[in-house]
Write a protein that binds this ligand. Structure first.
Ligand code: F6R
Length: 611
């Protein structure tokens, strides 16, 4: 949450920063601002999106070779011009941007007020900035030293970037809990919440770790820990291309990402799944295969869509590997004092690899001796680095705020892990194993077939876009798919939607069913199909409108429903990767029909780096 950008070098900083902010807008988009150093410090900020700031700055003095920029997702203080970042210190000499939350800011603020400080904004950021300035003035020390002292006294999460009029080509940066990437160019440096702002300038980056502080000048990058010891920066090569973060002719990133799924699932399977050799190669899993096989339980930890992927995986692991699986919301798990035994296997599932709750949950479990495996999309992210092993999902950058291709890639990875462990453990027979390898390899082409339904789904979206509520139902492997369909609709179209196990309907939600309630039933052919069909009948008997996702050729079920979406038949273990696609499209087209900004839905941000 919140995107941060910085630049120092020979270029004009403003265009680099504005372009970078547009790429990071998925992280928050309620207000935005820049600070530029050119002898003097110029700060421009306002409520609204980056493009609105850009329009407002036409004709202003935007000169400066060092600068920082911020796009905000509000935590402390409503979105407003005054709460937007950068903030300036009382003296006006320092400017700072911040991503995170300073938890003890109330106490710090009171101390500063007692010393005569006055605050313009309601933010925790302005408090931290003045706290730093107070230490600098009191101790007569450098800004770097003041930051170090201040950060030892704050609790919470942060990435901060600071400008100081006394050091006009320097950016001081520090992180704990929120991400920071530094790109190394020729006599220039770029800073960002992720690598997207620097892609066209450099492929060499350093991922800054927690409790590290960076002193960034055009020709020098010094990394230190909070004990003032120098750390050698570990330079990594980026393998993301610029095209991956552009819309490529699609109206929205979300649509592009939905349509990328045949390729992203293929990329995820490539080099791992070998249907001829009948093997699955995953080195980051292989190292821990013995521990996984012997584990008394596996705990999947995640949030949101990634949590739904964990639910599907629970069914798959229990079925194929005969290991007890629990699926936990990271935010609950981290505060619940859970019982963890050494040898428990935790699988953390995260697109961004930066979700604060998931990160802290696995840090806690790791400290208690659990083995942590990450199923993560963003290479080099905090969760990936905190995990002992795991597997990347290789879905490429996901920019639409609603997760789509990351979900199907997570399912592909988790299915491969389950198959590999089941095969090693002997809990799956060879025939079923080979059948499932083949089924998995056919998923990309079946998803491509499902995508051909887009025009039909667009018409359905027009038909149902004015509904006030939706119910989504599914059983077994399709129950988490129903949850995911409901979440997508809520996020993108702001229509209230609930997902339920189909049989649970009778225990309450059926009271909602009337002629105005669309009920989306995921009813592809599987072991429970006849049961779901009974649930469809129950809805029809109460005049509910049934939109069913069914397997191609299932004319008997089709005859009972108001509308049907037919997807290619697949084994129930891999079916969620296919049956979720029409639900993604339905949410997308309803959002578009209602004229909403589907890539940046209200109140949301892509990477939830605050708890
Ligand atoms: C929903 C969505 C969120 C994320 C959740 C976890 O479309 O995107 O629910 O799935 O915030 O994020 P990651 O996977 O980055 O940990």
């Amino acid at each position: 949450m919140c995107g941060i950008v910085g630049y120092t070098g020979p270029k004009e900083a403003y265009p680099v920063i504005i372009k970078g902010l547009k790429r990071l807008e998925y992280r928050g988009y309620d207000s935005t601002g820049v600070a530029l150093l050119d002898g003097s410090l110029k700060v421009y900020k306002k409520k609204g999106r980056v493009a609105e700031l850009e329009d407002a700055l036409v004709g202003k003095d935007l000169h400066g070779h060092t600068g920082i920029g911020h796009t905000r997702w509000a935590t402390h203080g409503e979105p407003s011009d005054v709460n937007a970042h950068p903030h300036q210190s009382s003296s006006g000499k320092l400017a700072m941007i911040h991503n995170g939350i300073i938890e003890n800011y109330v106490q710090l603020k009171q101390d500063l007020i007692n010393k005569g400080y006055r605050f313009k904004s309601e933010t925790d950021t302005e408090v931290l900035l003045n706290f730093i300035e107070e230490i600098k003035n009191n101790n007569h020390c450098s800004l770097e030293e003041a930051v170090r002292v201040a950060l030892k006294r704050v609790t919470g999460a942060y990435v901060i970037l600071l400008l100081n009029t006394e050091e006009p080509d320097t950016i001081i940066a520090a992180r704990k809990g929120s991400p920071l990437v530094i790109g190394i160019g020729k006599n220039e440096h770029f800073l960002g919440s992720d690598a997207s702002p620097m892609l066209e300038y450099t492929k060499e980056v350093v991922y800054v770790n927690d409790y590290e502080l960076a002193i960034v000048k055009p020709d020098e990058l010094i990394l230190k820990n909070l004990g003032n010891e120098k750390i050698t920066p570990y330079v990594q090569k980026l393998d993301i291309e610029l095209a991956a973060i552009e819309k490529g002719g699609y109206d929205h990133f979300m649509l592009k990402e939905i349509f990328e799924q045949p390729q992203t699932i293929f990329d995820c399977l490539r080099g791992r799944l070998d249907t001829i050799g009948e093997t699955i190669t995953m080195s980051g899993i292989q190292q821990y295969a013995d521990q996984i096989m012997k584990a008394n339980r596996i705990v999947m930890i995640a949030c949101g869509t990634s949590w739904h992927a964990g639910l599907v995986a629970e069914y798959i692991f229990e079925e194929l590997c005969r290991i007890n699986v629990e699926v936990e919301y990271a935010s609950e798990f981290r505060y619940r004092n859970p019982v963890i035994h050494p040898g428990d296997v935790i699988i953390a599932i995260s697109q961004s690899g930066e979700t604060a709750d998931t990160l802290v949950a696995i840090e806690n479990a790791k400290a208690q001796g659990a083995i942590i495996l990450g199923v993560v999309n963003v290479v080099g992210s905090s969760i990936a680095r905190t995990s002992h092993g795991g597997a990347y999902t290789h879905a490429g950058p996901e920019i639409g705020v609603a997760s789509t291709k990351a979900f199907t890639a997570q399912l592909a990875v988790l299915t491969m892990i389950a198959l590999k462990i089941a095969h090693n453990k002997g809990t799956i027979d060879q025939e079923r194993y080979v059948h499932l390898l083949n089924e998995l390899s056919e998923v990309p082409s079946k998803v491509a077939t499902a995508l051909k339904l887009k025009d039909q789904i667009r018409i359905l979206a027009e038909k149902y876009k004015d509904a006030r509520d939706f119910l989504y139902l599914g059983r077994g492997y399709n129950f988490p798919v129903a949850l995911e369909g409901a979440l997508k609709l809520k996020e993108i179209s702001y229509i209230h939607a609930e997902g339920y196990p189909a049989a649970e309907m009778k225990h309450g939600p059926i009271a909602l069913v009337d002629k105005d309630l669309p009920v989306v039933v995921v009813a592809t052919k599987d072991a429970y199909h006849h049961k779901v069909v009974s649930n469809i009948q129950e809805i029809k008997a109460r005049k509910g409108k049934v939109i069913a996702v069914i397997s191609e050729g299932d004319s008997a079920t089709a005859a009972m429903c108001d509308d049907v979406i037919m997807v290619p038949e697949a084994d129930e273990i891999v079916a969620p990767m296919i049956s979720v696609v029409p639900l993604q499209l339905l949410a997308y087209y309803i959002g578009v029909a209602k004229d909403y900004d589907v890539d940046k839905p209200r109140n949301l941000a892509k990477s939830v780096t605050v708890e």
